[in-house]
Design a binder for this molecule. Structure first.
Ligand SMILES: NC(=O)c1ccc[n+]([C@@H]2O[C@H](COP(=O)([O-])OP(=O)(O)OC[C@H]3O[C@@H](n4cnc5c(N)ncnc54)[C@H](OP(=O)(O)O)[C@@H]3O)[C@@H](O)[C@H]2O)c1
Length: 260
């Protein structure tokens, strides 16, 4: 093929045809939007979450390309079994999206070290464990993309939400350290830092006129993000188009972090 021949779909730089992906927390919110984006780009996506009914519903909604995986990411025995089953069913894993996350919006007076340990389990320890399992499979194949869903809270903080920013800041740092470690094997590790998205946990705020007014002033685009607006960043980072991007935290925040 000469250099000017238009590429067919499977060699398109954003194509994920033939790729196998695992999206944690893929049954709702940002996770299901990311799963849809990856499927639309051609991937087969394992949709992982704890609630079996929600997982089945999500897979039915996503249609062809989606596969159910009922999994608590903090259960290391269950995670090891899930990866064994990925080996036997697919023989590969190309893309891992560590999207599942926990939040407990409270002050230091209300949150003790046990609360910190619990949040770290979901937001840092479990993603690290999944990265370890995924990297073994990715090294065996010729392709590996890890995407950690962090938050703008990894970079900026609020007084009434003391632990979540600490866990997401740690996830950003883990993204960089793993990118350095796994880069030698040709694997990339990046993060997405969402801003304010109109997902289920934020529903009480979405209808609040005061929050709407604040977002209008505080973000460049002046509004909430819609869940499907996260998908493009995930598809890009998962795709061949991002082959030289690693250790990066990509803000998808309507300009929140850039806005003074
Ligand atoms: N929405 C936002 O504005 C926003 C902003 C910044 C960052 N983020 C980050 O984006 C990610 C997704 O947020 P979201 O708003 O879409 O959240 P969400 O609607 O609450 O969805 C979270 C998903 O994670 C799953 N999950 C939670 N703990 C799990 C565990 N231990 N094992 C397996 N699955 C688990 C949940 O399903 P089960 O309960 O069935 O397990 C659910 O499917 C999170 O990491 C969050 O911190 C969100």
């Amino acid at each position: 093929m000469c250099a000017h021949t238009p590429s067919h779909s499977s060699s398109h730089p954003f194509s994920l045809t033939g790729r196998v992906a695992l999206v944690t927390g893929g049954a709702q919110g940002l996770g299901i939007a990311i799963a849809k984006g990856l499927i639309d780009a051609g991937a087969t996506v394992l949709v992982a979450a704890r609630n079996a009914q929600r997982v089945e519903q999500a897979v039915a909604t996503l249609g062809e390309g989606a596969r159910p995986l009922v999994l608590d990411i903090t259960d290391e025995t269950a995670v090891a079994k899930a990866f064994d089953s990925i080996d036997s069913q697919y023989g590969r894993l190309d893309i891992l999206v560590n999207n599942a996350g926990a939040r407990n919006r409270q002050t230091m007076a209300e949150l003790d070290t046990g609360d910190l340990r619990a949040m770290m389990e979901t937001n840092l320890v479990a993603p690290y464990n999944l990265c370890r399992h995924a990297a073994i499979r990715m090294r065996r194949g010729s392709y590996g993309r890890i995407i950690n869903v962090s938050s703008i809270a990894g970079q900026v903080a609020r007084g009434d939400d003391v632990l979540y920013p600490a866990t997401k800041g740690a996830l950003d740092a883990l993204t960089r350290s793993l990118s350095a470690d796994l880069g030698r094997d040709g694997l990339t590790v990046n993060a997405i830092a969402p801003g304010f998205f109109a997902t289920e946990p934020n529903q009480p705020m979405v209808g609040d006129a005061g929050v709407k007014d604040w977002l209008q002033r505080r973000t460049s685009l002046g509004r909430w993000g819609q869940p499907d607006e996260i998908a493009g960043a995930a598809v890009f980072l998962a795709s061949p188009a991002a082959s030289y991007v690693t250790g990066h935290v990509l803000a998808v925040d309507g300009g929140y972090l850039a806005h003074f």
